[in-house]
Design a protein around this ligand. Sequence first.
Ligand SMILES: Cc1ncc(C[n+]2csc(CCOP(=O)(O)OP(=O)(O)O)c2C)c(N)n1
Length: 349
Amino acid sequence: MADRPLPPPEVAREWLETMTLIRRFEERAGEMYAKAKVGGFLHLAIGEEATIVGSVRALRETDYLISTYRSHGHALARGTEPERVMAELFGKEDGVCRGRGGSMHMFDLPRRFMGGYGIVGGNLPLAAGMALACDYLGTEDATLCQFGDGAANQGTFGETLNLAALWRLPVVFMVTNNQFGMGTSLERHSAVTDLFKRGEGYGVPGIRCDGMDVVDTYETTCEALRQAREERRPVLVEAITYRFRGHSMADPEEYRTKEQVEQWRQRDPLTTFGERLSAEGAVPEQEREEIDRRAIETVDGAVLFAEASPFPAPESLYDDVYVLGDQVQGWYSIDERAAGVQRGEDIGP
Ligand SMILES: Cc1ncc(C[n+]2csc(CCOP(=O)(O)OP(=O)(O)O)c2C)c(N)n1
């Protein structure tokens, strides 16, 4: 397919800047994980930058975005400060969730980035809820819900698409088809590998985009959002992409060959877009180096910020957790500050 025309140079440059920032951020996050600065899991989206930036840039500021555990890039693209994203990875107080969420649970309410979810497919019903709220309140806001090819096999996929079509909700479901659900390839986990066709039986039309091409992803997502917003019906977009790194940091990658990875790397979205911008005179090569240098500097600053931020105080452990009353801890929690273990039945009003 012929390349779609580039957007105006200043727009294209900003896309390249954001994609570069995500790449450099993810690389450094991986290094920090290896140095045990990051606890829990860490899922990198290196290789998926065009899918992230192309789709997020199609959103209005008032639209909602919801993603998965692989969502540092989504937060960055939505405008969350890199310092606060890195501090969250470090489990520090200045993180976006005050260090309580970690890598899998980014969240930025003012920017309408509704997270970061560890449960595969768990974000689809939530997205339908957001779209229902927008509809109910009579706004023109839409929701973009991103999930992986593996998640398309979850029951929540069918349940949510059915309801969204029935209630004509303004939501775009984007399946980020990076070819694998952990160590299981698309061909091994799915009978129908044209994932964009999966919604048809539920009344959700599908379109496909090249998720390695930021321009194609942007244009396709814009059209899907337009339909969702104006025609009041959900759309399923399949973005074809690839993750260059393992599923998470602990992945021996025995399910794919080095040759396959190398083949996809030839289509590295950052390199191909950067080279195209230079070839078409939008961003000279020298300026691309400058963009890269600035991204590295920003990430350096984010690491210093995260290092300097304090860990949450131990006594804040029970802050913001679900409780049954104003003062009373839930029966399932053990309040170490209390004299005895509280199980609810012996707690007064
Ligand atoms: C309900 C549920 N089942 C299983 C898991 C374990 N798990 C974590 S990631 C993952 C693979 C999901 O793959 P995909 O949806 O393609 O997303 P990707 O990791 O490729 O971005 C699985 C099975 C989980 N987190 N939640």
